[in-house]
Design a protein around this ligand. Structure first.
Ligand code: G6P
Length: 373
């Protein structure tokens, strides 16, 4: 087993380190300059994709957070309305589905029963199904109309890391493909995004090179925490949810993710000196005034005594006065930022768990693939 871990203490560490390659592999050979991709198994015509009027993304756990990120990209790039729904809830609320609905099922294992049952329900209502999956030939892709495989390789650690980044990449590819097939007219923007995507493996690598301070921070400041809050906006919101999920899964710390703007509507009551807050700051170059708004959210929690761990872009000087701990990530277009901002949160959770002497790869009560409803 030591050999399989390739010199790392845990499979999870190895899988985190593989992420630049996984992002590159999932992109490789799939993107034309016009944003069209070749799906792996297609039983859907381009006309079927042109006829789509509504998209639902169904998934569980970490895969559902990839779906939340996908929603931002899909709606922005394709203008098709898109909802993300936990697979375990989907069919029980009797969703409105028909032949013009595209359901995107995201699953690392391809065997998650909640996702499979939601998929079958959608199929019964004649929706088209597109799977994003990491396991070739598993049940979910077999039962779908089209498949895009993530190329993360086998993921052994129960807590998902590299499969998550691969899913996010696959979601971007599908969003671009839909935009392109449907003739959304902004060719230059598509080729710009394609080029930006091609830079992401290098950026993920850069993040990995700067993780020692995050490991030190985890050991020195978070291993005794009883509660940690994560805040973000726009695509930083699902990243906050994923960061919190990782910390609860691995370190058994009560961790919650919030949309930063929602803090004032309740969660701020949880803030005190003993509650570190991890903030994912959007790019200062990004949409509207979100950057400034997150900074004022950080000021609000600091004013109530919280220590702040701030994930922000290189060159973003506005965050410096409000960060007790500052983690830098490379400059990245807003929609693609989750590929870099997630990585420090994975490292943080892994290191906190390791410092508490916990089994990083096999957390209590969890299974890699849940094949019961
Ligand atoms: C389990 C795993 C999670 C995973 C979820 C969905 O709960 O512990 O890490 O995100 O299932 O799995 P899937 O294989 O469908 O992506």
């Amino acid at each position: 087993e030591a050999a399989e871990k390739g010199g790392y203490d845990w499979f999870m560490l190895k899988e985190i380190a593989e992420q630049p390659a996984v992002v590159a592999d999932t992109l490789r050979g799939r993107l034309t300059d016009t944003g069209q991709i070749v799906l792996d198994e297609v039983r859907l015509s381009d006309q079927d994709l042109r006829d789509v009027t509504k998209i639902f993304i169904i998934a569980c756990g970490t895969s559902a957070y990839a779906g939340m990120i996908a929603k931002y990209a899909i709606e922005h790039w394709t203008r098709i309305p898109c909802e993300v729904e936990l697979a375990s809830e989907f069919r029980y609320r009797d969703p409105v589905l028909d032949r013009s609905t595209l359901v995107i099922a995201i699953s690392q294992s391809g065997e998650t029963m909640d996702t499979l049952m939601a998929l079958r329900h959608a199929k019964d209502q004649h929706a088209r199904i597109l799977a994003i999956c990491n396991t070739i030939g598993s049940t979910i892709p077999r039962e779908s109309d089209a498949v895009l495989y993530t190329r993360a390789g086998v993921e052994i650690a129960v807590a998902s890391t590299k499969a998550f980044l691969a899913q996010i990449v696959a979601c971007y590819l599908i969003a671009l493909h839909l935009a392109s097939v449907r003739g959304v007219k902004w060719g230059d923007e598509v080729s710009l995004i394609v080029n930006q995507l091609r830079e992401m493996p290098g950026k993920v690598d850069q993040v990995l090179d700067t993780m020692q301070p995050v490991r030190d921070l985890a050991r020195e400041h978070l291993s005794d925490a009883r509660q940690v809050l994560f805040i973000g906006r726009h695509v930083g919101f699902p990243v906050a949810l994923e960061g919190a999920l990782k910390l609860k899964e691995l370190a058994y710390i009560n961790a919650e993710g919030f949309a930063a703007g929602e803090l004032k509507h309740g969660p701020i009551a949880l803030i005190g000196q003993d509650t570190p807050v991890v903030a994912i700051v959007p790019s200062p170059a990004g949409r509207d005034s979100l950057h400034g708004k997150v900074i004022s959210n950080i000021q609000e929690v600091r004013a109530r005594g919280a220590k702040t761990i701030v994930i922000a872009e290189e060159g973003d000087e506005a965050v410096v006065p409000f960060a007790d701990h500052l983690v830098r990530v490379p400059r990245t277009p807003t929609l693609l930022a989750p590929l870099v901002t997630t990585v420090p949160l994975q490292v943080l959770a892994c290191e906190v768990a390791a410092s508490k002497g916990l089994d990083v790869d096999q957390p209590r009560n969890l299974a890699k693939s849940v094949t019961v409803e």
